[in-house]
Design a protein around this ligand. Structure first.
Ligand code: PMP
Length: 290
């Protein structure tokens, strides 16, 4: 499937109450979601027939929408059933699942109280997010000039489409510079995350990760912290400064799509894929398939 455009594939998508052929899952061009970014989404992975932390993702979709003042007209249980139906309709056992909601076209202006909330669920086969050949050496990051906004400047705890504008711009700029992804600092200049994955560093055997006070506290991030604790690895959540990058022994990023991905370089700093990264990557890969 790689390389096929996303609006021209075989398969089925659930949209507003029915499963329709993939190419017929459409919305009008004059919808609020498209013009004003009133849109939220989830990214989930199914391994060997089971969606990892499925309920948490459905709950987060509803919460992300609530934060934007959008009431998704479905319960968590209903979203769970829809996801299973989409997977069955597409005959998938390993997949990426995208559930999303957006405001319709009943109003076209900043105010959107009269708009209907539309919901869609799609699923498709998707391999690793980063080049699997980078597994042994790690991916490369470069610090973006774009900063993650303060929690009183954007709905930072919502997985809202609008927050990805600076992620895409950062990722494009860093890809143009020959790197795999962007490292984004926050509004205070602390290390925040990559363009779509949370950040971890290892220093003297201890796992360090930024406090998620202005970016998504990822489900993978929370999973990896729990795994580290199970493995008796000390975990410290605190503000991390970019000046500390030179002192870190290992770096990795986490996300549903990215899974646990080792980082081999940030700007001019080089890192090896070390024992803590390998241990947690393996523990995560075992857990998602258990
Ligand atoms: N931060 C951003 C900006 C993301 O897009 C993602 C991926 N959803 C994450 C962090 C990681 O979140 P999760 O582990 O829940 O997928």
């Amino acid at each position: 499937m790689a390389g096929l455009p996303f609006d021209d594939r075989d398969g089925f998508i659930w949209i507003n109450g029915e499963i329709v052929p993939w190419r017929e899952a459409k919305t009008h061009v004059l919808c609020h979601g498209l013009h004003y970014a009133s849109s939220v989404f989830e990214g989930e992975r199914m391994y060997d027939g089971k969606i990892f932390k499925s309920r948490e993702h459905s709950e987060r979709l509803i919460k992300s929408a609530d934060i934007l003042g959008m009431k998704i007209p479905l319960s968590v249980d209903e979203i769970e059933i829809i996801k299973q139906n989409v997977i069955k309709a597409n005959n998938l056992t390993s997949a990426y699942i995208r559930a999303f909601a957006w405001r319709g076209g009943e109003q076209m202006g900043v105010s959107a109280k009269l708009t209907k909330i539309h919901v869609g669920v799609a699923a498709w086969e998707w391999g690793t997010y980063f080049d699997p050949e980078k597994r042994d050496k790690g991916i490369t990051l470069k610090t973006s000039p774009w900063h993650r906004p303060a929690p009183d400047c954007a709905p930072t705890q919502s997985k809202a489409a609008g927050l990805y504008m600076i992620c895409t711009m950062s990722k494009h700029a860093m890809e143009d510079a020959g790197f795999d992804d962007a490292l984004m600092l926050d509004y205070r200049g602390y290390i925040a995350e990559a363009s779509a994955a949370n950040f971890f560093a290892v220093k003297d055997g201890k796992l360090l990760t930024p406090t998620p006070d202005c970016f998504l506290n990822g489900i993978t991030r929370q999973t990896v912290i729990a795994l580290a604790k199970d493995l008796d690895i000390e975990v410290e959540e605190r503000h991390l400064k970019p000046e500390e990058l030179a002192s870190f022994d290992e770096i990795f990023v986490t996300g549903t799509a990215a899974e646990v991905t080792a980082v081999g370089q940030i700007d001019a700093h080089q890192y090896t894929v070390g024992p803590v990264t390998k241990m947690l990557r393996e523990a995560y890969e075992t857990l998602v398939r258990s």
